[in-house]
Design a protein around this ligand. Structure first.
Ligand SMILES: [Zn+2]
Length: 138
């Protein structure tokens, strides 16, 4: 087995991203270990089976994935997202979109649709905390 390209410390933060990825695919189709390893590798994430399989087992234990009976009989454990897994994915999509807006696009949080002035105030306060503005108030 190739040495993992991801350190233990990095794995701690990346494992959540991999799980979102797994949930995304399991909501759309049946997935299994090898397919996921290849899929994640295409995105540049080289996981070892020793990282992926325990993650799948934990996701199943949490009730986000369920193993399909027929493929289990053929010796391959396949998974689909459960209703709970789909609900979680929907919430995570909002989190990922928000994270992308801020971390990648560098935009301040926006008030949600129909939000009160309180949320818009939070966005304004957030903008005031940017280094350029802070330097100006000194
Ligand atoms: Zn993918």
């Amino acid at each position: 087995m190739l040495r993992s390209m991801v350190s233990t410390a990095e794995r701690e933060i990346r494992v959540g991203l991999w799980k979102i990825h797994i949930l995304h695919h399991a909501a759309a189709r049946e997935v299994w270990g090898l397919w996921l390893l290849e899929e994640l590798a295409e995105h540049g994430h080289r996981l070892s089976p020793g990282t992926l399989y325990p993650a799948l087992a934990r996701m199943e234990r949490h009730g986000w994935l369920e193993a399909s009976q027929e493929t289990q009989a053929r010796g391959r454990r396949s998974y689909r997202a459960t209703a709970a897994g789909r609900r979680l994915l929907a919430a995570l999509k909002r989190d990922v979109a928000e994270l992308y807006r801020e971390v990648v696009l560098g935009r301040a949080p926006r008030g949600r649709a129909g939000a009160s002035g309180e949320n818009r105030g939070a966005a304004a306060r957030h903008r005031k905390r940017t280094p350029s503005t802070r330097a100006g108030t000194k």
